[in-house]
Design a protein around this ligand. Structure first.
Ligand code: CP
Ligand code: NVA
Length: 303
């Protein structure tokens, strides 16, 4: 994988993802050898995190390397000093920058001024590490991906965007159902459609039941993303009828996987019984974040 930065799923070819999944499988099978000994990464986080922080820190330690966590407020990028200065300084000490930032443009600017790889750990536009772990989870479950149907029911933002792009590349049929005002970004949706491989079908529908019909897996994400707290009341109204619950899952294939990137709000985007029930693979997705990210780190940082 001759990848300089991982800001978007669009940075990866289907062959890159194939290679990443082969590496991930090998890394998951046994505790890896310390191939990143002496290497370090900085985690620059403007928003809270449980999964992303722990999976990158522990993953890096398992590879023999070291991660420095910079909490929201620690460096106050853009306020205390410009993004370009942060990128240039960090590049003198660490071998990679993992960035969770509000604006996608901040991640792009970090990459422009960094001489080390920058990995997107969630922006307002994409969450590529999440989507890569999600499709790896489905690959483990089904053995192969082409022709499988995933339904995404919820807000058409960062997680949905990365799922659109990765499903297009991996031959998965993705049916997205959102309220009218919360469709995925038109540009990203079009790119997904245009890059869709022969087995992939990318579609948007308004009706959640239509999206979920015959799906092999049903995915949702919070209705109120980090940073959107003031939109809460309006969003709760707009998303009525879009909850993933037993009644919606009855349209899916029997035993369909229930997916959530977490954190979840039980009783809002998903019922407690769906998230905590036997069909849920949310914790497998969370575990696979670490294995896939070890794959990413080893492919991008190994000498
Ligand atoms: N799914 C995910 O990115 O979780 P965190 O926000 O806890 O990192
Ligand atoms: N869409 C959510 C994803 C959290 C992992 C958010 O941006 O908060």
């Amino acid at each position: 994988m001759s990848l300089r930065h991982l800001l978007s799923i669009s940075d990866l070819s289907p062959a890159d993802i194939q290679r990443l999944y082969e590496r991930t499988r090998a890394l998951k099978e046994k505790l890896p050898s310390p191939t990143l000994q002496g290497k370090s990464i900085a985690l620059v986080f403007e928003k809270p995190s449980l999964r992303t922080r722990v999976s990158f820190e522990v993953g890096m330690a398992q590879l023999g390397g070291y991660a420095v966590y910079l909490a929201p407020g620690d460096i106050r990028m853009g306020t205390r000093e410009p993004v370009s200065d942060v990128a240039q300084n960090l590049s003198r000490w660490v071998d990679g920058i993992v960035a969770r930032v509000f604006r996608h443009e901040t991640a792009v600017e970090l990459a422009q001024h960094s001489s080390v790889p920058v990995i997107n750990a969630l922006t307002d536009r994409e969450h590529p590490c999440q989507a890569l772990a999600d499709l790896y989870t489905l690959l483990e479950r089904f053995g192969s991906l082409p022709g499988r149907k995933l339904a995404f029911v919820g807000d058409g933002n960062n997680v949905c965007h990365s799922l659109l792009l990765v499903c297009a590349r991996l031959g998965v049929h993705l049916s997205v159902a959102t309220p009218e005002g919360y469709r995925p970004d038109a540009g990203i949706f079009e790119v997904a459609r245009q890059t869709a491989s022969a087995d992939s079908r990318i579609e948007w529908v308004h009706d959640p039941a239509e999206a979920v019909r015959n799906a092999d897996a049903v995915y949702t994400d919070v209705w109120v993303s980090m940073g959107q707290e003031e939109e809460r009341e309006g969003k709760l109204r707009a998303f009525q009828g879009f909850q993933v619950n037993e009644s919606l899952l009855s349209f899916a294939r029997k035993g369909a996987a229930v997916m959530h990137c977490l954190p979840a709000r039980r009783g809002e985007e998903i019922s407690a019984s769906a998230l905590d029930g036997p069909q849920s693979v949310a914790l497998d997705q969370a575990e696979n974040r670490m294995h896939v990210q070890k794959g990413i780190l080893s492919l991008m940082l190994e000498p």
